[in-house]
Design a protein around this ligand. Structure first.
Ligand code: UD1
Ligand code: CA
Length: 450
């Protein structure tokens, strides 16, 4: 059935104590708003409307960055969730189908739960959960079975109503036409002086309609209102992502120490060691191995590759099959073809390395001259000697070799050996003479200080 999505994201979030609008705070590398949008997008809605207010410009931009097709609607004054939905309705003109309302600060909602709500037959479907009686959520008042009579906000609830433990998550679903009618009839005569979206339940029932509740675990409805909530949401996301990776056939040696992003993709039979962090935009193919203490972001690791321990892959790092990147190696915006080895203590940035080349310990692509970035091209089957400085722009031909400790400033043709360092001078006995001089100097200093 056709569906549309309204995501409410106009609120201020004062308890975050932040200059950043609340829904732009991130968990798993992505803004809260994007989590909600992504969950909603699994329903393949015909339209998605994001209601913005506080930080409207930035929030609207983040929404469009994630989905250019989204409609952004401004709610200048935050007069309540019902008012926010009313602002979104004009963007639904001509749409006939069901509308799901989500909150931009509720990032953990699962697509399956939204699908269950869509599949539930009723005029209004509300997502509820069993919560702590001390919680200040709206209470769902049932009229038998899963039938809802009304929702009462905590502020307005009697002691008996506050004792109810079935809570309102805020997510609801209704037919577009009906939603329009119901929202138009909302008033603000309540403890908060707001237009409560929740009041549409009683209004629907008063018209002879049916409202039902669908329940989900509380973890899914966790709404972020403070930094503590943000940390809790991060932890909950990570727990879910770890369990998901294990189910997908990924080995996690110490799951609790691995951190994923919303968009991390890891293939079956990949092995991830302890203390590995996946920033946004990482794909690890099946069978690849990430050893302990690696940090990856915006990169691709192909089948059979081994990374780490203690390696950093930055945006644009692309490792081909069976590539080996060892300890204390940083790769940025560089493509390493099949079988390349960079074993130790190296930096490769703005570079391409051809297949089966070996990059010696301590190699650095000197890619930045203080003003611009320059590229380093390394051919296939090249041997870069340890401690080579490749001063970009520079090209090393196929099968070439550089001497250890070289500073390479000019292109090296294929199969050539380039050495760019001072020639060694060996002076017999000179070390002993020098030590004697140093020792005498020290004795003299010690005498003077007494
Ligand atoms: C709301 C529900 C409450 C539920 C709780 C779950 C209402 C009246 N109450 O309360 O029953 O238990 O969520 O978390 O709906 N927003 C706007 N414009 C506004 C007001 C809010 O866009 O004018 C957005 C906020 O940015 C936020 C969401 O709507 O994303 C919820 O608003 P909030 O004020 O946090 O509602 P609660 O008081 O938590
Ligand atoms: Ca809230």
């Amino acid at each position: 059935m056709a569906s549309a999505l309204i995501i409410l994201a106009a609120g201020q979030g004062t308890r975050m104590n932040s200059d950043l609008p609340k829904v732009l705070h991130r968990i798993a590398g992505a803004p809260l708003l994007v989590h909600a949008m992504q969950a909603g997008a699994t329903l393949e809605p015909e339209r998605t409307i994001v209601v913005v207010g506080h930080g409207a410009e930035a929030v609207g931009q983040a929404a469009r960055d994630h989905d250019p097709a989204v409609e952004v609607v401004l709610q200048e004054c935050q007069l309540g969730t019902g008012h926010a939905v009313a602002r979104a309705l004009p963007a639904l003109a001509g749409f006939a189908g069901r509308v799901i309302v989500l909150f931009g600060d509720t990032p953990l909602i699962r697509p399956e739960t939204l699908a269950t709500m869509l599949a539930t037959r009723a005029d209004v479907v509300v997502l509820g959960f069993d919560g702590d009686p001390a919680a200040r959520y709206g209470r769902l008042v049932l009229s038998g079975g899963d039938r809802l009579a009304r929702i009462v906000e905590w502020k307005d609830a009697t002691a008996d109503e506050r004792a109810l433990t079935l809570m309102n998550s805020g997510v609801l679903c209704a037919d577009a036409g009906l939603l329009g009618d119901l929202v138009a009839g909302l008033g603000d005569d309540n403890a908060a002086g707001e237009f409560y979206l929740t009041d549409i339940v009683a209004a629907a029932v008063a018209r002879g309609g049916v409202a039902r509740v669908v329940t989900c675990p509380e973890a899914e409805t966790l709404g972020v209102n403070s930094r503590a909530d943000l940390a809790a949401a991060e932890a909950a996301f990570q727990a879910r992502a770890r369990a998901g990776a294990l189910d997908d056939g990924v080995t996690l040696t110490a799951p609790d120490t691995v951190f994923f992003s919303l968009d991390t993709v890891i293939g079956r039979d990949a092995v991830i060691g302890p203390n590995v962090i996946f920033g946004p935009g990482v794909t690890v193919e099946s069978g690849a191995e990430i050893l302990p203490f690696c940090h990856l972001e915006g990169c691709h690791v192909s089948q059979g590759a081994r990374v780490g321990p203690f390696a950093r892959l930055r945006p644009g790092a692309e490792l081909g099959g069976d590539v080996h990147v060892g300890n204390f190696v940083e790769i940025k915006n560089a493509v390493l073809d099949q079988g390349v080895k960079v074993g130790h203590l190296s930096y490769l940035g703005d570079a391409h390395v051809g297949e089966h080349s070996n990059i010696g310990a301590g190699t650095v692509t000197c890619n930045y001259d203080g003003v611009s970035k320059h590229r380093t091209e390394i051919g296939a089957r090249v041997f870069i000697g340890s401690d080579t400085m490749l001063v970009a722009p520079v090209t090393i031909g196929d099968g070439a070799m550089t001497g250890s400790g070289s500073v390479i400033t000019e292109d090296v043709p294929g199969d050539a050996l380039a050495i760019g360092r001072a020639r060694q001078v060996t002076k017999p006995g000179a070390a002993r003479r020098l030590f004697d001089i140093f020792k005498k100097a020290r004795e003299l200093r010690q005498k003077e200080s007494h």
